[in-house]
Design a protein around this ligand. Structure first.
Ligand code: NAG
Ligand code: NAG
Ligand code: NAG
Ligand code: NAG
Ligand code: NAG
Ligand code: NAG
Length: 643
């Protein structure tokens, strides 16, 4: 320490004297073989000579009757923990730690050994003494005066000035701000690179990494508070802090935070009461968008289905989007679960949402989940984007990029669960998320009836609805509501009719057209509307009204007489859910039927088109079809069976 500093700050002089005193006493601070600390209310510790660090038991923050063995900054109000032996398994009261001739041993009141320092045996047979040093390093010294165990060699989530990380050491984050359980991030060396990665909590295996600094062999936190890396070539490169030189009368630590951010902190040694750890430098710069190693796999820093937002210190704030809840309120990084997740009964055979009226969207600006896509639609507008997600029962979220941001081509990414790597950034994300949620008050559908006959019935209805395609509600054109070949007649009726109208033209209000008339009306059968099994339908115009003209295939044609009879029967039907037959042509070999034209397209295109009808509309269609069928089967004067 320079004399200049001493003159400028009288407090520093005091501190320096204290240091000298402490140093003089170091020898007397040794821990001897046989020394014991108890996990109890006496709070006894092994202190470093300066009193800066203490080794002993600390109460577990979430379990007051449990303790763990730790090292902490003793001279600041926070008593910040820098190392722990058993953060994952706090021990009960009256557990004890003893320095034995084999090293430190932590035993439960029952005598069971719970943890021991894995001291390298140096051949001389055991421990001489141990000491809590002023650097924050707890060392066990062997009989040959070599250190056989150091807390610096076995770090948890923090390193201190003087400490180094090499191939043999790993920093593991804690699970949350207040817990010392092992968390989800690791800072470690793999051969020649320094890697920050997430781990699989079940197996502890590394998952995706956030950064990978290659050609380095060591991370050095030097005694002046600088972080340097030793390149494979041997040269030293200073990496932190970038600009500001740390103040010498501060404590330093570098911690791998529970959110995966590796941060260099300083804390004034002289506490004025409100002093806390200040962040000097951190990596990655923005953990929420650090998708290095871009394997699209993995949850991202905040867990699945959540949204990550970084603050000025680079620390992540994890939130659940609307419609999702935290899995574990104590551990925001565990992610979120949807309050309602699509169930099998929400999807029809083709994967469309059943009852989409039950769902709605919550929108969120500046948010994205860049790696959960399964579809990209373009060009689209906002309505199409959200609608497409609504009717798709897999879709959980749609992300829209407005057309003006992409040369007039709007883009829409459809995402499925689980959503991964969600992030929020007002500067960098110019997109809008549509999050599909169950409307409040809506309840899930009950599971489908496994009765197979019911299913068959549904299929029949579907086929009928496509075939019939009638709906007064939507004015839909249909190919053939009542087509000759779809009917049979009750034999008696048929005979009656044949008997009565054996000859001449059909006696109904149906108009009889010549082939030439219909050829002109359809401009020579130019505009084809559709093709069925029995014939082709063309668009035509008769006295300024559009009509659909169905030209029956010769193969399917019955005799002239049967045709007449059948047309007559159809001509007598009139129902709002059936397309009206206006006339016919029965000339030579030509058999044609003239229907009113429903101009809004086929039912199929309405049902299966892009903007699919709602559940309610489809119910209306189905009941319209059923009414039409009931009329044909039971209510009209000549009963007709639709096959
Ligand atoms: C030990 O610490 C606890 C709280 O951490 C406190 O309540 C208790 O009074 C302390 N015991 C002694 C002997 O100081
Ligand atoms: C203890 O140390 C030895 C040698 O250093 C090593 O092989 C062993 O895996 C370590 N055991 C544990 C539990 O760390
Ligand atoms: C880091 O990068 C190096 C060089 O590209 C590569 O060999 C190594 O496997 C990477 N580490 C991880 C964890 O992917
Ligand atoms: C720590 O590193 C900085 C930057 O390289 C250097 O200026 C300083 O002297 C080093 N301190 C020690 C104690 O080595
Ligand atoms: C979106 O596109 C659909 C179909 O292309 C169109 O019907 C609708 O009017 C458009 N909506 C807006 C808001 O532009
Ligand atoms: C947008 O369109 C213009 C003209 O078609 C083209 O020059 C430009 O490169 C396009 N920009 C992008 C981002 O595609």
């Amino acid at each position: 320490m320079s004399s200049l500093a001493l003159v400028r700050n009288p407090l520093l002089i005091l501190l320096t004297c204290f240091f000298l005193l402490a140093a003089a006493q170091e020898g007397s601070r040794n821990v001897h073989v046989g020394d014991v600390l108890h996990a109890d209310n006496r709070n006894l510790t092994w202190q470093s000579p300066s009193g800066d660090f203490e080794f002993g038991f600390r109460r577990a923050p979430d379990q007051q009757d449990r303790f763990f063995l730790a090292i902490w900054f003793a001279n600041i109000p926070e008593k910040t923990i820098v190392w722990s032996a058993n953060g994952d398994n706090p021990v009960e009261t009256e557990s004890r730690v003893e320095l034995t001739s084999n090293g430190l041993v932590l035993t439960a009141p029952s005598g069971m050994e719970l943890w021991w320092s894995n001291s390298t045996q140096d051949g001389t047979g055991g421990v001489s003494h141990a000491a809590m040093l002023d650097t924050g390093n707890f060392v066990i010294t062997g009989r040959n005066s070599e250190n056989i165990w150091e807390s610096f060699q076995n770090p948890t989530d923090t390193i201190l000035p003087g400490q180094e990380l090499g191939l043999d050491s790993i920093l593991s984050s804690a699970i949350s701000e207040t817990s010392y359980k092992k968390g989800r991030f690791q800072l470690r060396f793999t051969s020649e690179s320094l890697v920050l990665n997430q781990i699989d909590v079940i197996t502890g295996k590394p998952l995706q990494f956030y950064f990978n600094i290659t050609d380095v062999s060591r991370l050095i936190f030097n005694k002046s508070g600088y972080i340097l890396i030793r390149k494979s070539s041997g040269s030293l490169v200073e990496i932190a802090p970038e600009n500001t030189v740390p103040n010498q009368d501060s404590y330093y630590k570098a911690t791998l935070g529970f959110d995966g951010v590796f941060t260099l902190y300083s804390h004034s040694k002289i506490s004025y009461g409100d002093a806390t750890w200040a962040s000097w430098w951190y990596r990655p710069k923005d953990i929420c968008s650090s998708f290095v190693g871009i394997e699209a796999l993995g949850s991202g820093p905040c867990g699945y289905n959540s949204i990550c937002q970084s603050n000025q210190d680079g620390r992540a704030t994890c939130r659940c989007p609307y419609g999702f809840s935290v899995l574990d309120a104590k551990n925001p990084l565990f992610g979120c679960r949807p309050n309602y997740q699509s169930k099998p009964e929400d999807c029809d055979e083709e994967g469309f949402t059943i009852g989409e009226d039950r769902f709605e969207f919550n929108t969120m600006q500046f948010a994205d989940w860049p790696f959960s896509d399964y579809e990209l639609l373009q060009p689209v507008n906002e309505t199409e984007c959200s609608r497409s997600c609504l009717i798709d029962c897999i879709c959980a979220v749609a992300i829209l990029e407005a057309p003006e941001l992409n040369n007039g081509t709007g883009r829409c990414w459809k995402k499925k669960l689980p959503l991964s790597k969600g992030w929020f950034n007002q500067e960098q994300i110019n997109r809008k998320a549509f999050i599909k949620v169950l409307k409040s008050g809506e309840s899930p559908l009950s599971p489908p009836n496994p009765n197979p006959s019911e299913k068959r019935q549904n299929q029949v209805n579907l086929i009928l609805s496509v075939l019939l395609g009638t709906s007064a509600f939507f004015n839909i054109f249909t190919l053939a509501v009542i087509s000759l070949f779809l009917f049979c007649f009750y034999q008696r009726k048929l005979k009656d009719l044949n008997g009565i109208h054996g000859k001449g033209e059909i006696e109904t209000n149906l108009r009889c057209f010549t082939y030439k008339e219909l050829e002109d009306a359809t401009k020579g059968f130019k505009e084809e509307l559709g093709k069925g099994a029995f014939g082709t339908v063309y668009k035509g115009e008769l006295s300024r009204n559009y009509v659909a003209v169905k030209k029956l295939e010769k193969v399917f044609q019955c005799g002239k007489k049967e045709f007449k009879t059948e047309v007559k029967v159809i001509g007598h039907t009139r129902h709002q859910n059936l397309v009206r037959l206006l006339g016919y042509c029965n000339e030579d070999e030509n058999r044609l039927l003239v229907y009113e034209l429903m101009q809004n397209g086929s039912l199929a295109s309405f049902l299966f088109g892009f903007l699919r009808p709602s559940w309610k509309q489809r119910l209306q269609i189905a009941s319209g079809i059923a009414r039409g069928l009931t009329y044909l089967h039971e209510e009209c004067s000549t009963q007709i069976i639709h096959l």
